[in-house]
Design a protein around this ligand. Structure first.
Ligand code: PEP
Ligand code: MG
Length: 885
């Protein structure tokens, strides 16, 4: 099989492997694709991802096949362009870029102008007729190559440039003349020789292989690993390398370079969107060195900008670009993110890919593309990443709130966030690790800042446009971001900054509105999101295509209301113990726990009964006839005991007992492994009066609410941590007895179900027998994961991260179900439970019920519903639809 594929107007491009992103990477596959549909793509070749994997496995060694194939492919470019690589008279120059299966910040990005050296620069000067351009290109190459391939600090080179400018009294790069670039190139080479103890490579072939190796090596860089971990990308994919003939956007006023989207990536509006610069090379647009210009006249006018749009300044090239946009959208049936260059009036396409977008934009595009007939409903449902909905479900700034606006930057990623200012990524990570909300403020961000951006609630940068690193990464992560805020200046030494005319310091609170670009002092109040519009439409489609129901884990009426607004179709788990912690009742709970005998416990429970009844009644009313699963008490009793001295004193006084007595009882309650101790149904077996009180509260509340008219309540009473049929048999009899008593007292009879959680491996194995007693199973995959893996939920944090890093688990098994292992237990229990009781109701209420991958598994094994926390309900609805399609 080939190690290299060529693309361009003269290439064959007939091997289907070339269009396979797993082989040629996203960038390589799409370059070939564009060339094949006749778009102007500079000729080049792609080295396969397989070669990267081989190279890394072989200890950084290229295969002989690769060396031969690269030689041939280079010859193809030479023939196609009519120039030779390393030819001092008329040199071919190339770009070298990485290109994994999915676009991946953190890896080596780009080396431009490769093939220049002391001899070929003269040839370029002659053939272009522009020596200043040639030397400018050479110094750019020297800097870029030294930075990304030779690993030298780019600060050294920027400093040297600043010195030349200062010495000559220049303000901007455009004032630099040929001789200045020439002098700078000499200075750059001197820096390399000084820093590395050997000269900058003049041999163009050595340059090329150096760049290829750097791309391969960057796959295993720390930054790339962090990104892969955050995005669950496997470490064994490898990256492709794209080598392509250079075209120049910096050959004078008829040349330009830009980045564009076929629709607005921030709002989703169907309007060409992008940024460009006249007489510039690719890096200038994203690096934020010059402020980019708008692509269209409409966008320029809307922003009140002076510099002409591309539509106005280069109408012919713009018209060609617009034609390409439309071709690409019809070809890929999705919004495209494009890089282009105009060389002396001629348009060249350098890249296209499905553009990253905000959740809001993803929804709007998906819905509008269905309306336009570009895609069908099913495709639209699958286009939106369920986890991205999270961005939309969170609050935005209250429009009526007072705003102390300090400055305005670009609205780079929507949403609002407040937090303490932090000035570097490590501080962001450290302070957010301590539970603090932080806003990362940087001049501009680079891939080294990714961990800090992830830790921050929002990101503010002084430089960079809408397509800068900060903007792109923030949108992908769903963090609000304001970029290009020139009114921000930072003093990293003093840890202070100035925003507009206000002096601030690290730790001060600010608020960002990533939808307007406003930066405000202090914390600004927020409001709940709008759930109609495109969101509502897509959710409706999702509901139509899903099979599983979606319930919520909730125990307060407020949470129940939120969950219903988000479309919850019932309660899958009401953890009654959460109601025990309320200030008014914790003392009754403690009195119950500390009682010496059953009589003492019953007295305390009698105080709790009306409280619990009230809670359940409110929940039943809020859920208006939707199914509600209420779980009987689960956690070990010591969790309710005080821990602080002053609380012990208060409690002793409350209960009228001595503090020593209390301490002794607390010590008696201590368990070595409370997760496997006296908890769950074991409490109900040993202290039946607790479950009796809870069952009574449930049925009395159900009778009360049903008596109020409206939908009749069908409570589902759930017993936790069952391991044996006998446990459930005893407790079901208890619940049935209380139900009959209450129905007799109230003179009404209600339907109800008694069921159990499956959260112990034995319960999963014995599900056939347990189903004789259970009308429903709800998989408690939190405990099931803990007990099947033998990994404590509370202590896993200390070692799970390295486990995931080393690939022992692909993802945190408490976040995404361990389908291979724990999944088997679930599947087995489903089969055995159904064999006994074909109509048994099956659901999941562990955290995994809100995780898209786990939801896909639930669909596969045929559960009836998933239950997720309120804010995850829409995610679950969409994920369930995707799983069903
Ligand atoms: C579970 O174990 O998955 C569950 C939902 O119960 P809890 O998290 O309350 O133990
Ligand atoms: Mg549990």
């Amino acid at each position: 099989t080939a190690t290299v594929y060529t693309f361009g107007a003269d290439a064959a491009q007939d091997d289907p492997r070339q269009q396979d992103k797993t082989v040629t990477g996203g960038k390589g596959a799409n370059l070939a694709d564009m060339a094949a549909i006749g778009l102007p793509v500079p000729p080049g070749f792609t080295i396969t991802t397989e070669e990267c994997v081989r190279y890394l496995k072989d200890g950084a060694d290229f295969s002989d096949a690769l060396r031969a194939d690269v030689g041939k492919a280079l010859q193809y470019i030479e023939e196609s362009v009519g120039k030779r690589f390393g030819d001092a008279g008329d040199p071919l120059l190339v770009s070298v870029r990485s290109g994994a299966r999915v676009s991946m910040p953190g890896m080596m990005d780009t080396v431009l102008n490769l093939g220049l050296n002391d001899a070929t620069v003269e040839g370029l000067a002659t053939t272009s007729g522009d020596p200043r351009f040639a030397w400018d290109s050479y110094r750019r190459f020297l800097q870029m190559y030294s930075d990304v391939v030779l690993g030298l600090d780019h600060g050294l080179f920027e400093e040297a440039l600043e010195i030349v400018k200062e010495d000559n009294g220049f303000y901007s790069d455009t004032e630099m003349q040929c001789e200045h670039w020439q002098a700078l190139a000499a200075e750059y080479k001197a820096i390399v020789a000084r820093e590395l103890g050997k000269p900058f490579p003049q041999d163009v072939t050595e340059q090329l292989w150096g760049a290829i190796a750097a791309v391969f090596d960057s796959w295993d860089s720390e930054r790339a690993k962090v990104y892969r971990r955050l995005n669950a990308i496997p470490g064994d994919w490898g990256t492709a390398v794209n080598v392509q003939a250079m075209v120049f956007g910096n050959m004078g006023e008829t040349s330009a370079t830009g980045v564009a989207f076929t629709r607005d990536p921030s709002t989703g509006e169907r309007a060409y969107y992008g940024e460009w610069l006249v007489n510039a090379q690719g890096e200038d647009v994203v690096a934020g060195i010059r402020t980019p210009q708008y692509l269209t006249r409409t966008a320029r006018l809307a922003a009140g900008a002076q510099a002409p749009s591309m539509e106005e300044a280069m109408p012919a090239a713009y018209a060609e670009l617009a034609r390409v946009f439309d071709l690409l959208e019809t070809h890929y049936r999705d919004m495209q993110d494009i890089e282009f260059t105009v060389q002396q009036g001629k348009l060249w396409m350098l890249q296209t890919r499905s553009g990253k977008r905000t959740a809001k934009a993803a929804l709007r595009m998906a819905v509008e593309m269905v309306e336009e007939g570009l895609i069908d409903e099913e495709t639209a449902i699958c286009r939106v990443d369920p986890m991205a909905l999270d961005q939309l479900l969170h609050p935005t700034l209250d429009p009526d709130a007072v705003r102390d606006v300090l400055a305005k930057g670009l609205p780079a990623s929507p949403g609002a966030a407040s937090g303490a200012i932090v000035l570097d990524a490590d501080t962001a990570e450290a302070r957010s690790g301590r539970g603090e909300a932080v806003i990362l403020v940087r001049v501009e961000t680079s891939p080294e800042d990714i961990h800090g951006m992830h830790a921050a609630r929002g990101i503010l940068t002084a430089r960079g446009g809408m397509t800068s690193h900060a903007a792109v990464v923030a949108r992908g992560m769903g963090r609000p971001c304001v970029s290009g805020t020139s009114a921000v200046s930072i003093d990293l030494k003093q840890r202070t900054l100035r925003i507009g005319n206000r002096d601030l310091k690290e730790g001060d609170t600010i608020t960002l509105d990533g939808s307007t670009g406003e930066v405000m002092a202090g914390e600004v109040p927020t409001i709940e999101p709008e759930l109609a519009g495109h969101f509502g439409i897509l959710m409706e489609w999702a509901d139509r295509h899903r099979r599983m129901a979606v319930r919520t884990n909730a125990e307060t009426p407020a949470d129940c209301r939120t969950a219903r607004q988000f479309g919850a179709e019932g309660i899958g788990l009401c953890r009654t113990e959460h109601m025990f912690f309320d200030a008014g009742r914790i003392s009754a709970v403690r009195a119950m726990i500390l009682a010496d005998d059953e009589t003492g416990r019953r007295t305390a429970l009698a105080r709790l009964l009306p409280e619990q009844r009230g809670d359940f009644a409110q929940i039943f009313r809020t859920m208006a006839g939707l199914p509600c699963t209420i779980r009987l008490l689960d956690p070990p009793l010591h969790e309710f005991m005080p821990t602080r001295d002053e609380d012990f004193e208060g409690l002793a006084e409350d209960l009228g007992v001595g503090i020593d007595h209390l301490r002794r009882r607390a010590a008696e309650l201590h368990e070595f492994n409370p997760m496997l101790g006296h908890r769950g149904c074991r409490l109900g077996i040993t202290f039946p009066e607790i479950y009796e009180m809870q069952a009574r509260a449930i049925f009395e509340a159900a009778c009360e609410v049903t008596g109020e008219g409206g939908e009749s309540v069908v409570p589902e009473v759930m017993v936790p941590l069952v391991a044996t049929r006998k446990e459930l048999e005893i407790l079901r009899a208890l619940v049935d007895r209380v139900a009959q008593d209450v129905f007799t007292e109230r003179g009404i009879t209600l339907d109800y179900l008694v069921g159990t959680m499956i959260e112990l491996p034995r319960a999963a194995l014995m599900a056939g027998e347990i189903a004789e007693e259970a009308r429903f199973f709800s998989f408690g995959t939190n405990d099931l994961t803990q007990t099947a893996l033998g990994v404590s939920r509370d202590d896993a944090g200390r070692f799970l991260a390295p486990y995931v890093e080393q690939g022992i688990y692909a993802r945190d098994p408490f976040v995404s179900l361990d389908i291979d292992g724990v999944g088997q237990l679930v599947e087995l229990a489903v089969q055995r439970g159904r064999a006994t009781r074909p109509d048994i109701k099956l659901g999941i209420c562990g955290e995994h019920g809100g995780d898209p991958e786990s939801i896909a598994f639930c669909e596969k094994v045929g559960l009836d519903y998933v239950s997720a926390s309120p804010y995850r309900v829409p995610i679950a609805r969409l994920a369930a639809a995707q799983a069903a399609l």
